[in-house]
Design a protein. Structure first.
Length: 108
C-alpha cells in the first residue's frame, strides 16, 4: 500500500511537471498528449494492480502483475530507443546530404 502511495505521488509530480512544461509551451500537443496518456495509464495500473495480478494469473503467467508491467515497460523502452535511433539516422543522412550539396556548391 505504501509503495502504491509513493508511486502515485511520483506520478502526480511528473504530471504537474508535464502541465508546467505545456503552459510554458516547451512541448507540443502530440508530446503532451502522449505523456498525459502514459502517466494516466501508469496511475491506473498502480491503482488497479490487484486486478492486474488476477488477470495475469488467469492468463497463466507465474509472475505478479507488477512484473508483467515491468516486462511490458522494458519492451516499450526498447521500441522507443529503436525509433529514436532510426530518427537520428535519418537526420544524420539529411545533414550529410546538405553538407555535400554545400561543399559542391562552394567548390564551383
Amino acid at each position: 500500500m505504501l509503495q502504491q502511495v509513493i508511486a502515485l505521488i511520483v506520478i502526480a509530480f511528473f504530471l504537474s511537471r508535464l502541465f508546467w512544461q505545456k503552459r510554458k509551451n516547451a512541448i507540443g500537443y502530440n508530446e503532451f498528449y502522449f505523456w498525459l496518456i502514459f502517466w494516466s495509464a501508469s496511475a491506473f495500473a498502480v491503482v488497479f494492480l490487484k486486478y492486474i495480478d488476477r488477470a495475469v494469473a488467469k492468463l497463466g503467467f507465474s509472475g505478479s502483475g507488477i512484473e508483467i508491467l515491468l516486462y511490458v515497460a522494458v519492451i516499450a523502452l526498447f521500441y522507443f530507443i529503436f525509433r529514436l535511433r532510426m530518427k537520428l539516422e535519418k537526420i544524420e543522412r539529411g545533414m550529410t546530404e546538405i553538407v555535400r550539396q554545400i561543399s559542391i556548391k562552394n567548390k564551383k
